[in-house]
Design a protein around this ligand. Structure first.
Ligand code: GLC
Length: 550
């Protein structure tokens, strides 16, 4: 299917802007809307179709902006509502759509609703918007159940009641500063729809849905029984009391109706970490969310067979509901893929650096694999996500000084898990010294490695072999070639450790995962390679995009 018959989001390449670390316009060392606006020409030139911007709402930043205190305003560190409107207008003028981040599972504890819930006391209407419960045990001193926070520790915090006595507990699947909303509350549902409309009315093109799989909890909030030894294959009860419950889908159907009431219709992408591809497909049924991140693909090792299995399972499941697949290698929550691929690969899903620590890292190998991975990802049917800085071939920064770490994972794990700051280091744009053109100030909120002087956008711009120019060339071809984007693929028989796929009309992608040269198909015209070709064979870890002359 050519891109002209299909809506834009079925084949879009969407660039993730982690706003704190993208570009700083005002010199305070923190990225902002002015920084994004100034870099729109770079993004348009890169050749992506849209931006997804991480939360830019007022926030105490207990979790990098995922603790929102007002959903219909802009955080002053990042700019104003007027700046937001100007950005959307400028982006559209550059041919770029804008997707924001909706955080519906929890608010900040500084949100007016949570403050009112604290003041309202047990049984109040204000508490019914959240998940307050009495504790167990004598004096209610034990939490209401055994659920754990994703960031470590228990998922419950006890509050002081207005009279100054220890009282009820509230649920927070993430940090204590992120109290979970009760999605059985009609008021919660109505308010979030109002937020959707607020931004859609301001010409925003869609939303990424934060932890879409978390919104509904099992009635009665039953124990997880973390004391039980769940079978390794399941590692969790099914159905789970707070992840991926069937009841979430009704919420998405109502949001879809809101999005479809706009012209042009607005779109959604789900962040849903679910155990199986068929569970993911449920989120993208025709009357629910449009697309979902493919975390199975992100977690797959750089090995031919596991990747092919993941691709096949993804395409098969998405086909059952008529939704396009998406492909993603990195984001602000996972270790950058250059650093994951720099380690020995085993057939075991991995996304955090924690699992890789201690394994020898070969960053040059990681970068070669990352180049090939980019071409493979952009050749697959559907849409793709590019996390800021991956186009520069950036690696995870693994040696940030401990005192600078800000991810709540670090403190909540008793300083055993460094968390996600290493993939959030501000981008290097230009120059020879830190902060490498990140902003007009002297610093960036996390220090960049000195070695990034060779990886700045400026340094890579005129180097034909740079990672940046590989992305630019691949994205340009993706727009030009009707075979790419939405559609189907056919596998071609290939040597062991080689993936060879075709897209019609006349396009092939061949990836060699082995250390042996792989024979090149003879009927093709090489359009782009991730490494120089030697004779008629691909060097190890190389990918080539091939198109037959017809
Ligand atoms: C999502 C976000 C992550 C955040 C969490 C809680 O997983 O991507 O950054 O910490 O939700 O909102």
């Amino acid at each position: 299917m050519s891109s002209t018959d299909s809506p834009w989001w079925r084949s879009a390449v969407i660039y993730q802007v982690y706003i704190r670390s993208f570009a700083d316009g005002d010199g305070d060392g923190i990225g902002d809307i002015a920084g994004i606006r100034a870099r729109l020409p770079y993004l348009a030139d890169l050749g992506v179709d849209a931006l997804w911007i991480n939360p830019w709402y007022p926030s105490p930043m207990a979790d990098g902006g995922y603790d929102v205190s007002d959903y219909r305003e802009v955080e002053p560190l990042f700019g104003s509502l007027n700046d937001a409107a100007d950005l959307v207008e400028d982006a559209h003028a550059h041919g770029l759509r804008v997707i924001l981040d909706l955080v519906p599972n929890h608010t900040s504890d500084r949100h007016a609703w949570f403050q009112a819930a604290l003041a309202g006391g047990p049984g109040s209407a204000e508490r019914a918007r959240y998940l307050f419960r009495d504790g167990r045990g004598p004096d209610g001193a034990d939490p209401p159940n055994d659920w754990r926070s994703v960031f470590g520790g228990r998922a419950w915090t006890r509050v002081m009641e207005p009279g100054g006595i220890p009282g009820q507990w509230y649920l927070h699947l993430f940090a204590p500063e992120q109290p979970d909303l009760d999605w059985t509350s009609p008021e919660v549902r109505a308010d979030v729809e109002q937020t959707l409309r607020f931004w859609f009315d301001r010409a925003v093109d869609g939303f990424r849905i934060d932890v879409a799989h978390a919104l509904m909890k099992a009635p009665g909030l039953p124990d997880l029984r973390t004391d039980l030894d769940w079978p390794e294959a399941a590692r969790r009860p099914d159905p789970h009391p707070h992840w991926d419950r069937d009841e979430v889908h009704d919420i998405f159907r109502s949001w879809r109706a809101v999005a479809d009431s706009y012209d042009p219709p607005r779109v959604f992408v789900a962040e849903a970490w679910v155990p199986k591809p068929e569970r993911l497909a449920a989120y993208v049924r025709p009357d629910e969310l449009h697309t979902a991140f493919n975390f199975d693909y992100l977690r797959a090792p750089w090995l031919a067979e596991p990747l092919r299995r993941t691709i096949d399972a993804t395409l098969a499941e998405h086909a059952t509901v008529g939704a396009p697949a998406t492909w993603v290698l990195s984001n602000h929550d996972v270790a950058r893929h250059v650093s994951r691929y720099a380690r020995p690969q085993t057939d075991k899903p991995v996304h955090s650096l924690q699992a890789l620590l201690g394994l020898p890292a070969d960053l040059e190998l990681g970068r070669r694999r990352a180049r090939a991975a980019t071409l493979l990802m952009l050749a697959l049917p559907g849409g793709a996500y590019v996390y800021q800085g991956e186009e520069l071939g950036l690696e995870e920064v693994e040696d940030l000084p401990e005192e600078m770490l800000q991810d709540p994972t670090w403190s909540r794990s008793d300083h055993t898990d460094r968390g996600r700051d290493g993939c959030r280091v501000p981008l290097p744009w230009s120059g020879d010294a830190r902060p490498f053109g990140f902003g007009p100030g002297a610093d960036a909120w996390l220090p960049q490695p000195d070695s990034w002087r060779t990886r700045t956008a400026q340094a890579q711009h005129d180097d034909p072999d740079s990672s940046l120019n590989l992305y630019r060339a691949a994205l340009r071809l993706r727009r030009e070639l009707p075979a790419l984007g939405d559609g189907a693929l056919t596998w071609v028989a290939a040597a062991k450790d080689v993936l060879h796929l075709r897209r019609e009309p006349g396009f092939a992608c061949l990836v060699n995962f082995s250390q042996e040269p792989a024979p090149l198909p003879t009927d093709g015209r090489v359009l782009l390679t991730s490494a120089p070709l030697v004779g008629a064979a691909l060097p190890p870890d190389a990918a080539a995009w091939l198109a037959s002359p017809g």
